[in-house]
Design a protein around this ligand. Sequence first.
Ligand code: CA
Ligand code: CA
Ligand code: CA
Ligand code: CA
Length: 314
Amino acid sequence: MKLNFIFILVVVIFFTISCNNDDDDAGDTIEVRDVAEVEAEDDAELQLYLQTHFYNYEEFQNPPADFDYKIVFDTIAGVNADKIPLIEQVQEEIINFQDVPHTLYYIIAREGVGENPVYGHEVITKYQGSYIGGEIFNDLNVETKFSTTGVVYGFGALLVKLKTGTSFTENINGTLEWNQDYGIGAAFMPSGLGYFNSPPLGSSIPSYSPLIFKVDMLEFNEIDEDYTIINAQGGTASTPDGIPSHLEDVDGDGDPRNDDTDGDGIPNYLDADDDGDGVLTKAEYDYDEDGVVDDSDGDGVPDYLDPDSRIEGN
Ligand SMILES: [Ca+2]
Ligand SMILES: [Ca+2]
Ligand SMILES: [Ca+2]
Ligand SMILES: [Ca+2]
């Protein structure tokens, strides 16, 4: 199933893969705190929230006729005193940030019936970002497209755990009615898996904020995101190399963000010349166009990843 129409595309300025860099803070005065210390504080805050809150799991188990299939959190108190706290329903994943293990908590309210995206795919979702206190900083309840590798790590980790659904119908007013079988989940993340000390410029998110993201997984596609730098000001041009981003995972660990063959700081999935030999990957990948990846010197390393085997004449 492919989206065969122009849908509302919201530019997701919030997300940047470089958001956690700690070397680009010239001009701001945010104290760079100890990562392990922040993670300990954030985890305590997250656990307290998860112990004292629940989600509308009963509605997901037995959906009322008018249910909108949105995750809602509430406090365990009063008439809700007997609800199962989130802490007993969340799953956990340990993800390193600056070599410090961080715990991501997540719930899968509905798994979905299709396939799940992987890192390097582009997804179409509806999502909402909020603080632990409940205040919403980003609510995009419209189809929104972005790359799984272009978002903060805690959000990306949730995206790849959710499956799409089957299809949709288009309403007269142009909005889409998605079949109620797509994946729905939420992630609770320490700030190290969010924006840490570098929230997006112009956003209202304070530094060191643990975050909650809810997401509907509607669709995903292959993308090819490589670029080249075209001027001294750092201007870039889209230069796809013909290899989809999710397949530029040289070490095969499922994550193309950590593969940088030429060590130039640009991971291969964004790098139009993966081995840094001056020949674009698209020219080296399959020069003779026989459908087989070229390895001119027969050393087992394909030409596009091997600076020694540049094909003469390119
Ligand atoms: Ca590519
Ligand atoms: Ca990898
Ligand atoms: Ca590449
Ligand atoms: Ca090359």
